[in-house]
Design a protein around this ligand. Structure first.
Ligand code: NAD
Ligand code: MG
Length: 376
């Protein structure tokens, strides 16, 4: 059983979400001042060796105090490796640096790799741990909203290949996740806002109450209000944890987490990755998915309107970039991973707010109509 986390004086008590995967179950701690609470981390470290993996942006902000806390905790030997920052460095070549450091430091299989950073660092560190001596332990310390609500939960790890994003990887679950609201204080506004897109996604696919709450509180999230942020992250992680517990390897229901992502990937690919942030592309993609769901007669127009209004307030784009063509949507969407046996499957909304479906069973002309409505 989990010993309860003890709140630091003057901070909100942490929330804990459990990801239920049998003997690979793990807790997600969501709170303030968790980063320097080395006691929680050490509870989930098996051996005595720790390798912290971070990048050149996050290291100067948080690495020193994090490592100091761990060393003070006692018997740990703590090493660190600092990777270059950016999606373009999410590659096998850069990952090699992690394994180099691990081997030079003579880490054994009982070592724990700790990811300190956003989704790029989390995905890379998880894959490095999965492959290191056939499986070292792994802890996620996400420092972006995107990583806290999405990438650190559920065990998808990996790197990009020149021929495709996230094409090399493994399912590998962490021992625990530590989401510290303090770290969001330094996150650039645009990165923060784009993470809110994925929170809106959880409301749309699963949780009308969360959606209503966002309509009341989205400005608090933009202002980094810890209490509001903890609530949004707690709900998001709980929903993702439930979905992952049902379908760890995406045979079915996990695909619903891709709402807006097929349209969004087309937007990201057409512009070249990195021009729009992932959450921004997903925001415009969700508006398109809602539009298509309405055209199919599956949702009330009210849901489209509320989605657009909420995403606008979250400072997200609600249409694809100017100049994007229907042909680009057609070609980039058909190479999407959700294509099975030549048939495009999409996550679409269906029924009252909070319900969706993954289906290839729709009139293709309706997809064409949606695309036409959103390109010039
Ligand atoms: P990111 O990791 O690139 O972080 C965004 C930027 O913020 C980077 O420049 C980073 O250095 C900086 N940063 C991070 N934390 C900071 C902090 N506290 N203060 C200041 N700057 C900080 O991007 P991201 O949006 O966190 O993650 C995107 C990645 O996650 C993509 O590679 C995507 O494929 C992956 N992802 C994976 C999953 C999954 O299920 N595994 C899900 C969603 C996304
Ligand atoms: Mg996403």
């Amino acid at each position: 059983a989990e010993a309860p986390a003890i709140p630091k004086p003057g901070t909100l008590p942490p929330k804990i979400v459990n990801v239920d995967l049998g003997d690979r179950s793990y807790p997600i701690y969501i709170g303030e001042a968790l980063l320097n609470d080395a006691e929680i981390v050490s509870r989930h470290v098996q051996g005595s060796q720790i390798l912290v993996v971070t990048n050149t942006t996050v290291a100067p902000l948080y690495l020193e105090s994090f490592v100091k806390g761990l060393r003070e905790q006692g018997a740990f030997k703590v090493e660190s490796v600092i990777l270059p920052d950016g999606e373009e460095h999410k590659s096998l070549q850069v990952l090699q640096q992690v394994w180099d450091k691990a081997l030079e430091s003579r880490l054994d299989r009982k070592a724990t790799f700790v990811a300190l950073g956003g989704g790029v660092i989390g995905d890379m560190t998880g894959f490095a741990a999965a492959a290191y001596q056939r499986g070292a332990s792994f802890i996620q310390v996400p420092t972006t909203v995107m990583a806290m609500v999405d990438s650190s939960v559920g065990g998808k790890t990996g790197v990009n290949h020149p021929l495709g994003k996230n094409m090399i990887g493994a399912f590998y679950q962490p021992r625990c996740v530590l989401a510290d609201m303090e770290t969001l204080k330094s996150l650039p506004d645009r990165e923060l806002a784009s993470g809110i897109s994925e929170i809106v996604k959880y409301g749309l696919i699963f949780d009308p109450e969360l959606f209503n709450w966002l309509e009341e509180n989205v400005e608090k999230l933009l202002n980094r209000d810890s209490k509001a942020m903890m609530h949004a992250i707690d709900r998001s992680c709980a929903i993702k944890a439930d979905i992952v517990a049902l379908d760890e390897r995406e045979g079915g229901v996990r695909a619903t987490l891709n709402l807006g992502h097929t349209f969004g990937h087309a937007i990201e690919a057409a512009q070249g990755y990195g021009v729009w942030l992932h959450g921004e592309a997903v925001a415009a993609g969700m508006v398109m998915a809602a539009d298509m769901s309405f055209r199919l007669g599956w949702i009330e127009p009210e849901i489209c309107k509320r989605t657009v209004e909420l995403l606008k307030r979250a400072k997200q784009p609600i249409t694809p970039p100017k100049g994007m063509t229907a042909e680009q949507f057609r070609s980039f969407m058909s190479v999407d991973k959700k294509v099975q046996d030549g048939k495009l499957r999409l996550v679409l909304l269906r029924g009252p707010l909070g319900n969706c479906t993954v289906t290839g069973d729709f009139d293709p002309q309706i997809l064409e109509d949606t695309i036409s409505a959103f390109v010039a």
